[in-house]
Ligand binder design. Structure first.
Ligand code: SAH
Length: 352
């Protein structure tokens, strides 16, 4: 049983209604409200006495406290405040097919990747499924769907703060609620989960969420280099990670996406491209190249668009499908954890 209302599914709400001595049909009504991100005080077809009982249960909300719109493109970055005052962030990116919302799965992160701002202060706590759903519904409430569109958020990527597979149960619960017709009703094919490579969890994910797109942050063509920027590489070598990726694609029939942030002077040479092509040969996959978004606190820099294009062309020539990801929101601290850190640091400065 979930602890917060926003995480609950139909069966749990039915059980709650039984416990509270309420009729079953209330569960459906509440679920419909929850799919719109409504808190009990807004549930106007629910009797006041039941609303106040629901109010006693932690909700699992995420309130937008700041939004930054890019002047270069339609990207919007959000800062969310959770009910206990913790801060996470999300980014809405607009594409021809719809809008993708990048959400956070943890407050901070404990994976320790050298280039990532989310992990600078470690992990504070996991998000509940309800809080992740609230990240989506808060955006939909703020920005109503335009034109003939049914909803604002058509696609979700779990690429904000945190490691989703390090918060496995809540992530899977979130994915079930996000794709359920009585939840958000978003197609699983429109949802991607990104992991730094927690191998045993990749095997579980293949069983529990086979229709969701799996993205693996690779960022290096060999273990030696990978260990320099990703501590997780000490726990799981490529000898374990690559077969897990292969297993996912063979079992689900879906392409696995490898993310590769190009870091100047570290992993972006022609030789690295050749080695990467060798590593990925025979896997049904696509490589998403991202010129590293330089993070103030880290002394690692991205490569030029030309270098990234050359890296992609080399992979393509070696029959590995690859594209350079469009850089969005570079003027609004688009990379993971940047805006949250700025917010936390500015708070500290004010207090000092
Ligand atoms: N923990 C998950 C998801 C969060 S990060 C993971 O590791 O995959 C989403 C993606 O952004 C990951 O590929 C991550 O490595 C990458 N990333 C983090 N910091 C970045 C930066 N400064 N520039 C470019 N990509 C970055």
């Amino acid at each position: 049983m979930a602890n917060d209302l926003a995480s609950m599914n139909n069966d749990e709400l039915l059980e709650l209604m039984r416990e509270l001595g309420e009729p079953n049909f209330r569960a459906k009504q509440i679920l419909l409200w929850l799919s719109k991100g409504a808190r009990p005080d807004e549930m106007n077809n629910i009797p006041a006495q039941l609303r106040s009982k629901l109010d006693e249960i932690p909700f699992g909300g995420a309130r937008i406290i700041e939004q930054k719109r890019s002047k270069k493109d339609d990207t919007v970055k959000f800062l969310y405040e959770l009910d206990d005052g913790n801060i996470v962030e999300g980014v809405l990116m607009s594409y021809s097919y719809g809008n993708t919302l990048c959400i956070s799965s943890q407050v901070g992160c404990r994976m320790g990747c050298a280039f990532c701002a989310s992990t600078l202060n470690g992990k504070v706590r996991d998000l509940t499924a309800g809080e992740m759903l609230s990240e989506v519904t808060a955006v939909e409430r703020l920005i109503p769907a335009s034109g003939d569109k049914k909803r604002t958020v058509t696609n979700i990527v779990m690429m904000g703060c945190g490691e989703p597979l390090d918060n496995y149960d809540n992530t899977v619960r979130f994915l079930k609620r996000a794709t359920a017709p009585d939840g958000l009703g978003i197609s699983p094919r429109n949802i991607s989960v990104s992991t730094c490579g927690l191998v045993p969890k990749i095997y579980s994910f293949t069983e529990d969420a086979p229709s969701i797109t799996l993205c693996i942050s690779l960022h290096a063509p060999n273990d030696e280099l990978r260990r320099k920027t990703m501590p997780v590489a000490n726990a799981y070598s490529l000898k374990e990670l690559i077969p897990a990726a292969k297993h996912y694609s063979e079992k689900t029939g879906r392409r696995v996406i490898f993310e590769y942030a190009l870091i100047d002077g570290v992993n972006a040479s022609d030789e690295d491209a050749r080695e990467l092509a060798g590593l990925l040969r025979g896997i049904n996959c696509h490589v998403n190249l991202i010129p590293l978004n330089s993070v103030k606190e880290r002394s690692l820099n991205g490569v030029t668009r030309q270098r990234a294009a050359r890296f992609a062309a080399m992979l393509e020539k070696l029959h590995i499908s690859a594209t350079v990801r469009r850089e969005l929101g570079t003027d609004i601290d688009g990379a993971c954890g940047q805006l949250r850190n700025k917010h936390i640091n500015s708070g500290r400065e004010e207090q000092a």
